[in-house]
Unconditional design. Structure first.
Length: 158
């Protein structure tokens, strides 16, 4: 009888843990997709709202910020540039991998392909971009937020 009770207890524990992980994965995907939608709308305030106040963010050009307020200011200026706004999504952002090293940390890999950006200084079209994202999300009282983000572009040769 004890072994049956122990087996049932383990089964219940496993079911609870897998349900919690599935719920967290859904929440992490919602953050990623919400952030991507805000980028597509060129909404700097909404993008920054998906980040912790002390988040670190770096783009492929070496621009780095250590808080969401500075990120919002940067994105506000970026989103006003006509050359940046000329972009078209070839493949919208999507998650390629999610890993939970702990119940309150998610490591998320994503990617997207865009084309049509114009260099604002030269007026010339930029090469298509295949960008990869590494985001570390943390679960806090207010839910999942991006704590660390680095955007990397594949080398595109002319």
């Amino acid at each position: 009888m004890r072994s049956i009770t122990a087996a049932l207890a383990i089964l219940v524990l496993l079911l609870c843990c897998s349900t919690a992980q599935a719920s967290d994965e859904d929440a992490v995907r919602a953050v990623f997709n919400g952030e991507a939608a805000a980028w597509a709308r060129f909404d700097a305030k909404a993008v920054a709202s998906f980040y912790t106040p002390d988040a670190t963010w770096q783009n492929p050009f070496g621009v780095r910020f250590h808080n969401s307020a500075d990120l919002e200011k940067f994105l506000t200026r970026l989103f006003q540039r006509p050359g940046y706004r000329a972009q078209k999504e070839v493949h919208p952002p999507k998650i390629t991998d999610i890993h939970f090293p702990s119940p309150t940390v998610a490591v998320v890999w994503g990617e997207e392909k865009i084309e049509g950006q114009i260099d604002d200084q030269s007026g010339k079209p930029m090469l298509p971009r295949h960008s990869h994202y590494l985001e570390v999300m943390v679960k806090r009282d207010i839910g999942w937020k991006v704590s660390e983000c680095i955007i990397m572009d594949e080398l595109q040769l002319p």
